[in-house]
Design a protein around this ligand. Sequence first.
Ligand code: F0G
Length: 408
Amino acid sequence: MHLECIDCGKKRDLATVANTCSCDGLLEIKYDFSEVRFNLEDKKAIPPHVWKYRELLPISGAPISLMEGGTPLYRCKRLEEECGVKELYVKHEGMNPSGSFKDRGMTVGVSRAAELGIKTVACASTGNTSASMAIYAAKARMTALVLLPRGNVALGKVAQALMHGAKVLSVKGNFDDALLLIQRVCAEKGFYLLNSVNPYRLEGQKTIAFETVDQLVEHKSEKAPDRVIVPVGNAGNISAIYKGFQEFRELDVIHDIPMMTGIQASRSAPIVDAFRRGLAQIEPVAEPQTVATAIRIGNPINAPKALRAIRQSNGVAESVTDHEILKAQKDLARLEGIGVEPASAASIAGLRKLAAQGTIDRDETVVCVTTGHLLKDPEAIMKACRPPIEVDANFDALCSTLSELERS
Ligand code: F0G
């Protein structure tokens, strides 16, 4: 295993603690597959979870784990029929220990920090990264420092970071400002940065691809899905999932890599813009906006990896409006029983839009990744739904309210 720059190709030893190359390019972890023995068949009896695939992860000792991964892959027939695709699945990452996919990356990132003897881990976050880092730092007895953009983090996520004992600072700026600040603080104070620019984070998150393949076999599907749709913010997750599929192809577990399809909120969509215009680099959005606060990001740090993933896999990048996101959130909850936070519903909104445009073919098997749990953002729920109806504590009053409800 070694670290490699995605821009200049320079290699360095895995012992180097760095997230970027001297040329500023992003680093990724590469494996020598001639030395890796991996066969999914041999592991048939083991239920999916992150460490099921440990030969393909860069940690050799006992990991700091809270039983992350192993999230359900639901077949969603009603949405499948509505969108007119062959098979539709939702990989519900909200079912992880802290309620988001970030736990897959944090178990690996914090395990790496433990190997290095780190005392303080740090991140900037739109919420989920901070909640996840806080639970793993607690487990590993590390101090967690998080910077949150003031006023734009969902309540459930702040509550988690606080309860698990993180030092939580609310920055008077947006996520992009907070990320620049935390990078500088980490460089100067020797804290360990656990944003998705850290290649160890992405190693954990690539297991979404491994599990998807593993679970599709249970659904009697012989191969990888044709397309995977992912909400995109700082652009780490789509890059990680692509890397997972690439590695499974190198290992001959699958033959074709799914079309990686990234969905951003329309007023926070620099990657969609760069994709449409064929640009090599993104032009940052100075003041990103969206109700999906998790992906309210104007200058995604992993954009070069994400654009590479989308382009090399013949995928697309598309944007969806806040209205489309909130409608998809409610429909997924009511048609399929799957409760997700607004950012996660971007993948469903994107599916609908791309299916209506004809970009998605009718014979495709599609997997939408829903990244975070419904309860992360209770305020969004209360805005979207009618509040409970008050009723007096007697039988007649209850019956008359029920009759009113039937009539309405
Ligand atoms: N969905 C949810 C629920 C998220 O929390 C995030 C990112 C994404 C999608 C986008 O993933 O950044 O890898 O492209 N949340 C980060 C955070 C930024 O700080 O919690 P990405």
